[in-house]
Write a protein that binds this ligand. Structure first.
Ligand code: 2NL
Length: 380
């Protein structure tokens, strides 16, 4: 409403100014062209006065004004024919005078039209019921994967880990080579990873270790980071696996970092995440980027280790993989393994979210069906 008011004011100022200018011009022309067809000249002058004085009220009269001066059969058209009776040297001035009449009619019509619009707008505004109750806001809710991921991240943030984020489209070096993953490793297989159509060098990251490779090559230890994010694998989609999922990986490098530091850090995480009575166990494992490596289980938080479907009656649930960063990985990233050591770990988010919220099909987490998602509105 305010901008259109300004616009109208501006129009009115222009309009008044044009009127004053016009009066002077007409007087000058009448003086200058004494032999000009008096009839035609008088007619234009009358029309100019009519345009100036017209005060059409309401939409219908405004339309009448438009038809009279600007319509296809407007009154100025036949006057243009009068130009035949005007001496050659005055034809130009005569034409200009008619144009002036047309321009003034246009200007006046524009002002009238805007007045009409503003009146209609305020008439409509008068009908708004300010006491009516507002439209209810359709509140969204956090995605269960986001809830789980945020919980994990904030636990590590409390003990000094800093979030690091990076690109999802990576190069072979940061995703595989730096991570000590040999050429013949199945993870590098064309069938297992998404590569760009025209380059086997560029791919969708298969883990967030690539983030850590970028941090290690650009920062000096001590490094204490947590890398959450989406990763991709060329999997057949089923209730249990998907081609996209989320990971949180952690990395701590400094002088004298030991396996005991790793165990205690992960024990703290397990208790914060699954309750103060949670126990952990480490089983030996293998990853190309850590040596030694382990898999960590937590005591089953669903049945309290009494035996259930989730822990398959073992009392233990596998949560993450971890290990001491392989000296070769440190070397690859320009960190001296004789001076520094570190531990790293990685965990999938979907699996934990599914256990926490008893979700039985991973596909539900990627379909964005609001009937499913809105059930997590009350969660955390
Ligand atoms: C798993 C296991 C793991 C790492 C990830 C890592 C990163 C750097 C160096 C060494 Cl920069 N390791 N990450 C280490 C061990 C296990 O992930 O099961 N992830 C879902």
């Amino acid at each position: 409403m305010y901008p259109s008011l300004h616009f109208m004011k501006l129009y009115k100022i222009c309009y008044t100014f044009a009127q004053r200018l016009e009066k002077g011009l007409l007087a000058a022309l009448a003086d200058k062209i004494p032999c000009m067809s008096l009839d035609a000249f008088q007619q234009i002058q009358h029309l100019l006065e009519e345009i100036e004085q017209a005060q059409p009220q309401g939409a219908e009269e405004v339309e009448q004004f438009r038809l009279r001066f600007l319509g296809t059969k407007n009154i100025l058209k036949p006057l243009m024919g009068e130009i035949r009776n005007v001496p050659n040297e005055q034809k130009r001035e005569f034409g200009q005078l008619i144009n002036t009449a047309k321009e003034r009619a246009e200007l006046k019509y524009e002002v009238l039209r805007r007045d009409q619009e503003a009146a209609a707008e305020s008439a409509q505004a008068a009908h708004i019921d300010l006491t009516a109750p507002g439209e209810p806001l359709d509140l969204g809710s956090r995605h269960p994967v986001a809830i789980t991921l945020n919980r994990i991240v904030s636990i590590f943030e409390r003990i000094g880990f800093v979030v690091a984020e990076e690109r999802e489209i990576e190069d072979d070096w940061h995703n595989f080579t730096a991570m000590n993953t040999p050429e013949d490793h199945p993870a590098r297989d064309m069938q297992d990873t998404y590569y760009m159509r025209n380059s086997a060098e560029i791919l969708l990251r298969t883990h967030t270790s690539s983030v850590q490779a970028r941090v290690m090559t650009s920062q000096k230890p001590p490094i204490r980071i947590i890398a959450p994010g989406r990763v991709y694998r060329n999997e057949t989609i089923s209730a249990r696996s998907h081609c996209q999922f989320h990971q949180v990986e952690g990395l701590y490098i400094d002088k004298g970092v030991s396996f005991a530091d790793m165990k205690q850090t992960l024990y703290y995480f397990a208790r914060e995440m699954y309750g103060p009575d949670t126990r952990i166990r480490l089983r030996p494992s293998f990853f190309p980027f850590t040596e030694p490596s382990a898999e960590m289980d937590v005591s089953c938080f669903i049945c309290n280790s009494k035996g259930c479907n989730v822990c398959k009656y073992s009392g233990w649930v596998e949560i993450l993989g971890c290990g001491m960063v392989d000296p070769q990985v440190l070397l690859n990233c320009g960190i001296d393994p004789e001076v520094y050591s570190g531990f790293a770990f990685g965990m999938g988010i979907e699996r934990q979210a599914m256990m926490l919220y008893t979700i039985t099909d991973i596909r539900l987490l990627f379909e964005n069906d609001t009937r499913f998602l809105k059930q997590f509105g009350a969660a955390l």
